[in-house]
Write a protein that binds this ligand. Structure first.
Ligand code: ADP
Ligand code: ZN
Length: 618
């Protein structure tokens, strides 16, 4: 009974056919009055988890969000779906605030967005004491935890709310993966035996590809022209300088690109962010400063021209692609200079040695991802402690298997050296012994007298480091002492040493050739150039301009594709389109149906005049 009602709300308000991931379980947990922690990847659909309970319950749902700049969009978005909401934050003037408060006390709104600092200030707490609050949802909940990567001081006091609202269920929402942060969130928010839901971190619609850098600008230009000529994308670079030159080069090559980094004047940054949110077919070239608060669902590609400093960052940044669930690309170039640059940046900071050690390890894992011959997705999910298939068929390793070479003998040399030196040294010393170094440590320890000494002098230091990193990453060797990075053998070493297993390594090849060879079908080519889709996009753009809202607030790309596919002829058919609820049907069915109909007639015309020499496109 309750489930029927929940499904009906999902369809009639948001136009979705079914709940996904753990949405339904999360919603039911809240409605049962339980504190709940929902961990879902970016784009997974966290908002529905509190919006549906808000519609179902009698009271008001408070949504704590750190992104004041997004509140307006969120409220507009809900309004488009016929849900009334408002926000309370420091950007409002007295009058706007009074209006919002009136809407709340009179029960005209179901959802109220508030900033954390607003909520813990005494006044707001007092005002809300007299209101019937059904749920407190805390978005980006990892910000309460010092373990997380985005700790915010104003979040740390949110736990106090439990005292003010002891009978209201709390819902924490985050996309942060690691288990330490998760349990810390529950503690910090003083949740009582929370139900915890962890959805898969897999983003099956994202195709991961990593290539060696040769001529970065040309590689990027080729990639965009071949696969994303009319799409939105983000290009990440490491330095501000590179952001500016890359954006300028892309513009020269005929793309619509804007730069974004923390060194630009505030207004320029706001303009760039606005341009990205509001327009289509736009590429933003940015440092990692760009990202928090990017809600655009139809970012079709995220390209990295430089290596991110950890897999966590890489996953978060690539996760900004394809939030609408449609096919998208995560495309990265990397080279050895990246490692040198990032290592230098790290070593020259004033950070503590403990921090640097963890950072070095994270960088090494990132490198291993580039160098692996395994499926990239398998590698990534493994990193986040999630079981998955060994082949995803949607990454470069699966689609165009990497040329590999048999590194078994080299791996054995490393393992023997680690073993013969007593399993108490770090990578630097192992490589020194292998390459026959005469440095003091080698001589003092008499390691120049071992049978493995100088066994690998024919190959570069870098070569040995790559093999070593890969052995570490596959668990064939392990770090036993984090202070010194001491290496030791593991169970897995045995098979290799006994010649029972082989060890394959990625062979680096011409990247440009690989890009050209790739038979990966262009996303735009499969949908984008379709003329109906383009006409619908134009209409959406026009409506968005009139209403001064981002295009995706009107309809997602997914909805437009659905229209192309279903070709609805009337309102009831229009309602079957994904993302069309009653409110959007009422507001937009007429305009969109008209475009669909006129497109059908013009293609009929073209079909009948197929024999004619020319067809005039209107
Ligand atoms: P998150 O906050 O987890 O990053 P959002 O709540 O912004 O994600 O949702 C991402 C996209 O997924 C939105 O376009 C939303 O309309 C869509 N979505 C959410 N739930 C569903 C569902 N059950 N079925 C289809 N689409 C959904
Ligand atoms: Zn794969």
């Amino acid at each position: 009974m309750r489930r029927d009602k929940l499904h009906q709300l999902l369809k009639s308000t948001f136009g979705h056919q079914s709940f996904r991931f753990d949405q339904l379980e999360i919603i039911e947990s809240i409605l049962d009055g339980k504190d709940t922690l929902a961990i879902m990847p970016t784009g997974g659909g966290k908002s529905v988890c509190y919006q549906i309970p808000a519609l179902y319950s009698t009271g008001i749902t408070l949504v704590v969000s750190p992104l004041i700049s997004l509140m307006n969009d969120q409220v507009t978005n809900l309004a488009e779906n016929g849900v009334s909401a408002c926000f309370l934050n420091s950007l409002q003037d007295m009058r706007q605030r009074q209006e919002a408060e009136d809407d709340i006390t009179s029960g005209r709104v179901k959802l109220v967005y508030v900033s954390p600092e607003g909520l813990i200030s005494g006044y707001l707490g007092e005002f809300l004491q007299n209101i019937d609050i059904s749920l407190i949802a805390i978005d980006e909940a990892h910000c309460v935890s010092q373990w997380g990567h985005e700790f915010r001081r104003d979040y740390s006091r949110l736990g106090e709310l439990k005292e003010l609202f002891p009978n209201t269920p709390f819902l924490g929402l985050t996309a942060t993966a690691d288990s330490k942060t998760r349990s810390d969130i529950a503690t910090q928010l003083r949740m009582l035996n929370p139900n915890i839901y962890i959805s898969s971190f897999d983003r099956p619609n994202i195709k991961y590809r990593i290539y060696e850098r040769a001529d970065a600008t040309k590689q990027l230009d080729d990639f965009i022209k071949a696969e994303h000529p009319d799409d939105n994308g983000i290009v990440y670079c490491l330095s501000r300088n590179k952001v500016e030159t890359t954006a300028a080069q892309l513009c020269e090559l005929g793309h619509k690109a804007v730069p974004y980094h923390a060194g630009l004047p505030r207004q320029d940054r706001l303009d760039a962010q606005n341009a990205f949110n509001k327009s289509e077919n736009i590429i933003i070239v940015a440092t990692i400063a760009f990202g928090m608060g990017i809600d655009k669902p139809n970012v079709r590609f995220v390209a990295h021209l430089d290596l991110p400093k950890s897999i966590e960052s890489y996953y978060q940044e690539t996760g900004r692609a394809g939030r609408d669930g449609l096919a998208s690309n995560a495309w990265m170039l990397y080279g050895l200079q990246d490692v040198i640059k990032l290592s230098r940046m790290l070593e020259t900071t004033n950070a503590s040695e403990a921090y640097k050690r963890v950072a070095r390890h994270k960088l090494n894992s990132m490198l291993s991802l580039c160098e692996t011959t395994q499926c990239r997705r398998y590698f990534l999910l493994n990193y986040f402690e999630e079981q998955s298939n060994e082949q995803c068929c949607n990454c470069d390793t699966c689609l165009e298997p990497a040329d590999s070479w048999d590194a078994t003998v080299d791996a054995q040399k490393i393992l023997s050296t680690i073993y013969k030196t007593g399993q108490i040294f770090g990578a630097g010393h192992i490589v020194d012994v292998l390459r026959g170094s005469k440095n003091a440590k080698v001589i003092e320890r008499k390691h120049d007298q071992l049978s493995v000494y100088a066994l690998g002098k024919d190959k570069s230091k870098n070569h040995w480091n790559i093999v070593l990193r890969q052995l570490l990453n596959m668990g064939t060797i392990k770090i036993t002492n984090w202070d010194y990075g001491n290496l030791a053998l593991t169970e897995k070493s045995r098979g290799l040493l006994r010649n029972e297993a082989t060890f394959l390594m990625r062979k680096f090849s011409e990247p440009t050739r690989r890009v050209g060879k790739s038979k990966v079908k262009s996303i735009s080519a499969s949908h984008g150039r379709d003329s109906l889709f383009e006409s619908l996009k134009d209409l959406r753009f026009q409506l968005a301009q009139e209403k001064q809202v981002p295009a995706f607030v009107i309809f997602s790309d997914k909805s437009l594709h659905d229209m192309c596919h279903l070709l609805p002829r009337n309102k009831s058919e229009f309602l079957t389109v994904n993302g069309v609820g009653e409110s959007k049907c009422e507001n937009y069915a007429k305009d969109f149906l008209a475009v669909i109909e006129s497109n059908a007639t013009s293609s009929d015309d073209q079909a009948t005049s197929a024999g004619a020499a020319t067809t005039t496109q209107v």
